[in-house]
Design a protein around this ligand. Sequence first.
Ligand SMILES: [Cu+2]
Length: 131
Amino acid sequence: MRVVRISMMSGILVLAAACGGGPGATGGPGVTGGPGANGTPAAAACTGSGGTQVGIADNTFNPQSATVAVGGTVTWTNADAATHTVTFNDSGPDCGRLGKDASVSQTFTAAGTFTYICAIHSSMRGSVVVQ
Ligand SMILES: [Cu+2]
């Protein structure tokens, strides 16, 4: 009987978690990771505009480490002819492929250090420090 009871409680907890998110819960993996818990941005995936600019040129993110306040936004713009991505580590959002002159933004709602790579060129690495 005890096993059955534990199983039922687990089911209830799963249901509660599934219903607890409300609007915005579908924004991306970063939402459920907890603030900075696993290096994923605590924000909807790849949203926002403006903010701190990070250029992509010669297969390098510049600056490689950008610092923003909590609630701040980073916008990446690709100046290379080659396609790049902004892909956060540890199952964070992948902001997709950026062709030449394309840009993408990410808003950060929790403090922490969020590392990312270009999924096409694994030597391209950057980070955003949110404080
Ligand atoms: Cu790249």
